[in-house]
Design a protein around this ligand. Structure first.
Ligand SMILES: Nc1ncnc2c1ncn2[C@@H]1O[C@H](COP(=O)(O)OP(=O)(O)OP(=O)(O)O)[C@@H](O)[C@H]1O
Length: 274
């Protein structure tokens, strides 16, 4: 199954998009095609105390949507020069195995579900693809990353700011427990990326402090984890405010794909019964 964004039927901003991306695994959704990349097995997962060494063995076993190729260098991915400088300065020399397969479809605008174990480079992949997709000459929120925990949301913001140093990216972590006033100040000043937790993001959108009209990419980081933490309604609430032609990226851990599918199936049924 190969996705071609240009050929996708136009759909309304109804519930279709979010459940169609989630249901790709079942391969029956007529509306939208999604690129899916699964790292089936890893022989080395990065130990927690080792930084920037997430490279998987080249022969890592992957299951992907047809046509997904492994691209061995960041240059060959067509990443902008100033972002490449940031990536190298951050200490990444070459993409990890999941990055080799997932970065290109993401920057081509496809919806992507990328499953791989912890420590394989998924969070870093969010940071670098967001930096590539955002146009920093336009000071509006263009990418929204929703994460299950405050720590993860803040960590993603930090990696974006570090990797995107040379493109002058402005990112803000919108997380519960931090000052609402500071969120309002930062958002009104203008940022390109918001990385947050569902409740605070939802709150900022409802206050109209977080303006959604220019958002083109929604990242549901560890979406399986978010659903298991009971954030389903808040994710849906956020989604309702986003523009119709939205790209969705969903990185998740391999072991929980099953749970993810089951929960989103439920999600779908609930939507239809509204
Ligand atoms: N291309 C790369 N080259 C070298 N190191 C990398 C690369 N990508 C990621 N890393 C490093 O590998 C470690 C794990 O990466 P990351 O946090 O992105 O993985 P993850 O799959 O999201 O894992 P977790 O769920 O544990 O956060 C981090 O220290 C990160 O800096």
């Amino acid at each position: 199954m190969q996705s071609d964004r240009a050929q996708k039927p136009q759909i309304q901003n109804t519930h279709n998009t979010i459940y169609s991306f989630a249901l790709t695994e079942i391969s029956t959704n007529p509306y939208k095609q999604t690129t899916k990349i699964s790292l089936m097995a890893t022989t080395s997962v990065v130990p927690a105390n080792r930084r920037r060494t997430a490279l998987q063995p080249e022969d890592a076993d992957f299951e992907t949507t047809e046509g997904v190729k492994a691209i061995a260098s960041f240059e060959e991915m067509g990443i902008k020069d100033d972002l490449l400088r940031g990536i190298y300065q951050y200490g990444f020399e070459k993409p990890s195995a999941i990055q080799q397969r997932a970065v290109t479809p993401i920057i081509q605008g496809r919806d992507v579900i990328a499953q791989a174990q912890s420590g394989t480079g998924k969070s870093s992949m969010i940071a670098l693809t967001v930096c590539q997709i955002v146009d920093t000459s336009v000071r509006e929120v263009q990418a929204l990353i929703v994460s299950p925990t405050r720590e993860l949301a803040s960590q993603t913001e930090k990696v974006i700011l570090a990797i995107g140093d040379f493109i002058n990216i402005q990112a803000h972590a919108c997380v519960g427990g931090k000052s609402v006033g500071e969120d309002i100040r930062k958002l009104e000043y203008g940022v390109h990326v918001v990385s947050g937790t569902p409740g605070r993001v939802c709150d900022m959108i409802k206050r109209r402090t977080l303006r959604t009209r220019a958002i083109k990419l929604l990242v549901l980081d560890e979406s399986d984890e978010m659903l298991s933490r009971g954030f389903k309604d808040q994710i849906y609430d956020v989604y309702r405010y986003l523009p119709p032609d939205l790209q969705v990226l969903s990185p998740l851990t391999y072991s929980s794909l099953h749970v993810f599918k089951m929960k989103f199936l439920q999600f779908n049924l609930n939507f239809n019964s509204n």
